[in-house]
Write a protein that binds this ligand. Structure first.
Ligand SMILES: Cc1ncc(COP(=O)(O)O)c(C=O)c1O
Length: 484
């Protein structure tokens, strides 16, 4: 039944989007919907409420549902960076700026946190995971006092190999290493392929945690122009790799790796088209450069969407695939995993040298859940919830922020990348918002260069409450006053 109402709503959405059903016209009555689609009253009402939730309909007392254009449709898209060759690679020197922003953010209480790129505890299957843990300990009472001896529990690795199939990746359990979150996976990947002083090509903007890792390892970042709609510019990367290959001075650092979030990018929220993902893989293979793919948000597309990982096009082992269970399953477990491709033995060694093995209890609980029907149910619910929330947050921006604000509604995930009107600084907004008890992420966190100072990132993983709406109104007013 729930699928039926979506199908009927989608039918009307096409007519609403293309203007066949114009603003202020009346949607066919509920009775007419029941007759035309041969559905019950409750399904017909679900159709109307769903379209109302999406902002396309307005219920008028005793008159029925009328078409309106959702406010979010009036937000123009984020500006595309003008095509330009990448700047020279630079040592990443972001930690002071980042540490200062993070410390300022922690120094005072912020009742409204719009900077957290993770859902609330209630979004995740806490009860099922606790039950699994208790059952595991009952079955194996000596588990916690038994030394772990392997790079990942076999049951979890088998479950992850099955999940990899959803991304189009054919991997065996033996190809997988379990890590402490995606952060450790990225650390291991970079350590396996690069040495201090080497260059790594990254998207611009990029996840600040990854820039911190580059800085920690003494690597240079080459920021590649990245479209807020279609992701990394493969043309710009091709140009950079070609120029690098032609460099006459062998002492100059070479590009050793490309770090990329092709699916549901943080902070942009965009997805690279499949053809570009494939081109990216072929390009890295041709230049014998590692492609480190961060697929952290890939499970969070709108319901029914399925994204292929870049790794799925790779037969040569040049793609190192990194993923996390902290965003989609359980932030408290700190589990992640890596498919190291041709660097398997080196990543194995590095993981052993750095931390030895991950503990078994949380892996076994995660394995049980991933292999159960509960996983698909959880995934569907999480996707529905996040989609609804994204729409409400985007509506909030459209209602409260002034003209000149730009935003691309993301295809999934829990992040909104917002371009502020001319003259408004993301850093100044961050400081002002903190004073008012609201935490946001300024755009300056997402690049080594001062390129994104007119941007902010707002997270939308938590429910859109009246308190969040008030915070959005406050932010919008503040932007307006900064324009003045
Ligand atoms: C794109 C991206 N990659 C990696 C991470 C870190 O993942 P984990 O928490 O699993 O270490 C994050 C966390 O915000 C992220 O946004």
């Amino acid at each position: 039944m729930s699928l039926l109402y979506r199908q009927i709503a989608d039918h009307y959405l096409i007519a609403l989007r293309d203007g066949t059903l114009a603003a202020d016209t009346r949607l066919p009555s509920v009775r007419r919907l029941m007759r035309d689609h041969d559905v019950s009253l409750s399904t017909a009402l679900q159709v109307c409420r769903h379209l109302e939730d999406l902002g396309w309909l307005q219920a008028r007392p005793r008159s029925g549902y009328f078409v309106q254009r959702p406010r979010r449709a009036s937000l123009p898209p984020v500006s595309e960076a003008p095509p330009a060759p990448p700047q020279p690679a630079d040592y990443v020197g972001i930690h002071e700026r980042l540490s200062s922003i993070l410390a300022r953010g922690q120094a005072r209480p912020t009742p409204v946190n719009l900077a957290l790129a993770v859902g609330p505890p209630e979004l995740y299957p806490a009860a099922a995971l606790s039950r699994s843990m208790q059952q595991v300990l009952r079955r194996q009472p000596l588990l916690l006092t038994t030394m772990t001896r392997r790079h990942g529990h076999p049951a979890l690795k088998a479950a992850l190999a099955r999940r990899a199939l959803d991304r189009g990746i054919h991997a065996s359990a033996d190809d997988i290493l379990v890590t402490f979150g995606c952060t450790q996976a990225m650390n291991l990947a970079l350590r396996a392929v690069a040495e201090p002083g080497d260059t790594v090509a990254v998207e611009s903007p990029s996840f600040y945690g990854m820039l911190q890792i580059l800085e920690g390892m003494g690597l240079r970042a080459l920021e590649i122009p990245t479209s807020p709609r279609t992701g990394l510019s493969v043309d710009a990367l091709a140009f950079a790799l070609q120029r690098d290959a032609e460099e006459a001075d062998p002492a100059r650092s070479r590009i050793r790796a490309v770090m990329c979030m092709p699916t549901l990018h943080n902070p942009l929220g965009c997805v690279m088209p499949d053809a570009e993902k494939e081109r990216l893989v072929r390009l890295c293979e041709a230049h014998d450069v590692a492609l480190i793919e961060d697929d952290t948000y890939a499970d969070m597309g709108s319901p029914g969407t399925q994204f292929r990982a870049a790794k799925s096009w790779c037969r040569s082992g040049h793609v190192i695939y990194c993923h996390s269970l902290n965003k989609n399953l359980a932030p408290g477990l700190r589990l992640g995993w890596i498919l190291p491709g041709r660097w398997q033995a080196r990543v194995d060694m590095l993981k052993y040298a750095q931390t030895r093995f991950s503990e078994d209890l949380s892996q076994m609980a995660a394995a049980e859940f991933l292999a159960s029907p509960g996983w698909e149910r959880h995934l569907n619910q999480m996707r529905e919830t996040l989609k609804r929330q994204r729409e409400r947050y985007v509506d909030g921006v459209a209602r409260h922020f002034p003209e000149g604000t730009r935003l691309n509604p993301p295809e999934g995930g829990m992040l909104l990348w917002i371009e502020l009107p001319e003259g408004v600084s993301g850093d100044a907004m961050f400081d002002a918002a903190l004073e008012a008890g609201i935490k946001i992420a300024p755009g300056s966190m997402f690049s080594n260069a001062p390129r994104f100072d007119r941007f902010i990132r707002l997270a939308c993983g938590w429910p859109y409450t009246p308190q969040v709406d008030a915070a959005m109104r406050w932010l919008g007013e503040r932007v307006r006053s900064m324009m003045a």
